[in-house]
Design a protein. Structure first.
Length: 443
């Protein structure tokens, strides 16, 4: 624009010069003006080149700086705090009705459950998980009953663990802390483990492709069940191996086996609640203690009675799952079997079979699940088996049926019914019934 303005001005100046032939203008004057125009043009060209060079250098420098910033950003994919940390959770409102013929009356309760989770990813190969839940210190109880004259409710630490999955060990995860259960379950089976249990200790999991259609998985772990300053610690050693094989595009099966070894448990007071074995075989022992009377007089002899486990627990589990479609809906058939090889009571076996049809995930979808089980008294740890079936104790057999409907992407309604009785025919064989109506919201 500067160049064109100067040219226009010069042309106007030239037009104003009197060059009429009648006035005798000389050829020399015309040549002088032309020379001046050429010199001005040369200076303008030089100025334009200088400006272009300066701008080009500035643009190149700016592009180089932008590229450097981009390179630093690419080298740090988790640069922002928002990308490193995520929050999640869910809320459940439940109406629960229970009819236990061992009790004098039926019971109806309204209960809530809130779970708040945090996921942090400091690096690409290291994850941190933390979760808080309602409920007390019961390891398989996250429900909070609405009572207590509007009192405040507890919020407990349910999970806190790290997951290290180094790139050099493809498919391997190393876990430490109070963690989600690192082993797999067939279908919705809670024959051995209630879904609310969060074991504490160390574990390693692995999943490896064998062929294009077959994958192998494995888990090993060591967990602290109870630490004691005056006695041996109670430990759990666990391992699991299995394979998943795709038969066709919409059909696959999973076979697996697990071993759970409880160390130093036999002869100790029952886990969590020392007054009950939750169906496991226990006996009453008497401990006598002599206390010196500090104020003088005769020593005081105290006796204390307590329940202790009479059986050891070394559980062998075998399970299978077959997944396919039926009438355009996903379907799964599953089975779970467990045997306690350390039991001498003759009550050492448990099994469960079930079927799931549909999946309640997308809005407007539904899911049905049914299973039947039989659990002898010492087949599994009573304090860890499913808390809602047969009063949360072993020694029962019966049915569980669940229907769920996905209202929208966040909300779901579900109905669950339990019907069981004592598996020992020589017992009272009282029925146990429970109905649960749930409204769940995820966020």
């Amino acid at each position: 624009m500067v160049r064109h303005g100067i040219l226009v001005g010069l042309l106007a100046l030239a037009a104003a010069v009197p060059l009429r032939a009648g006035e005798g203008a000389s050829r020399a004057e015309v040549e002088t003006l032309r020379r001046q125009l050429r010199e001005q043009q040369a200076r303008l060209d030089a100025l334009e080149g200088l400006l272009r060079g300066t701008i080009a250098k500035d643009v190149a420098a700016l592009r180089k700086e932008v590229d450097a910033v981009g390179a630093r950003a690419n080298a740090r994919p988790f640069a922002s705090w928002a990308e490193k940390v995520k929050f999640n959770g869910d809320f459940r409102y439940r109406h629960e009705w229970t009819d236990d013929e061992d009790k004098s009356r039926e019971r109806a309760r309204h209960r809530v459950r809130l779970r708040l989770g945090l996921e942090a990813h400091p690096t690409e190969d290291l994850d941190l998980y933390v979760r808080l839940v309602t409920g007390g210190d019961n390891p398989r109880g996250t429900n909070q009953t609405l009572d207590g004259a509007f009192s405040s409710k507890d919020l407990m630490l349910d999970r806190a663990y790290v997951d290290w999955h180094p790139a050099s060990l493809q498919g391997v995860h190393l876990l430490a802390g109070k963690m989600a259960q690192p082993w797999r379950h067939p279908g919705s089976s809670q024959l051995i483990w209630d879904s609310d249990i969060s074991p504490e200790g160390l574990a390693a999991t692995s999943e490896t492709p064998i062929t294009e259609t077959t994958r192998a998985f494995a888990t090993v772990g060591s967990f602290w069940v109870d630490e004691s300053s005056s006695d041996e610690d109670i430990l759990l050693w666990a391992c699991q191996v299995g394979v998943t094989h795709e038969i066709a595009e919409a059909a696959k099966f999973t076979l697996g086996g697990s071993y759970f070894h409880y160390h130093n448990l036999q002869g100790r007071t029952p886990l969590f609640d020392p007054t009950t074995g939750y169906g496991n075989t226990t006996q009453t022992v008497t401990k006598t203690t002599t206390l010196d009377c500090t104020a003088g007089g005769d020593p005081v002899i105290c006796t204390e009675e307590s329940e202790v486990y009479t059986q050891g627990y070394r559980l062998w589990e075998f399970f299978c799952v077959f997944e396919t479609t039926a009438a355009g809906l996903p379907m799964a058939l599953y089975g779970d079997y467990v045997n306690n090889t350390a039991a001498t009571s003759g009550q050492d076996t448990g099994w469960l079979v079930g079927c799931t049809l549909g999946t309640a995930k997308a809005p407007g979808t539904w899911q049905l699940d049914y299973n039947y089980r039989r659990v002898e008294n010492d087949a599994v740890i009573g304090a860890f088996t499913e808390s809602d079936f047969h009063g949360g104790r072993t020694g029962g057999e019966g049915h569980k049926v669940t229907a769920a409907y996905q209202v929208n992407k966040a909300a779901q309604v579900a109905l669950t019914y339990f019907l069981s009785n004592d598996e020992d025919e020589s017992a009272n064989n009282d029925n146990y019934r429970k109905l649960q109506v749930d409204f769940k919201v995820k966020f």
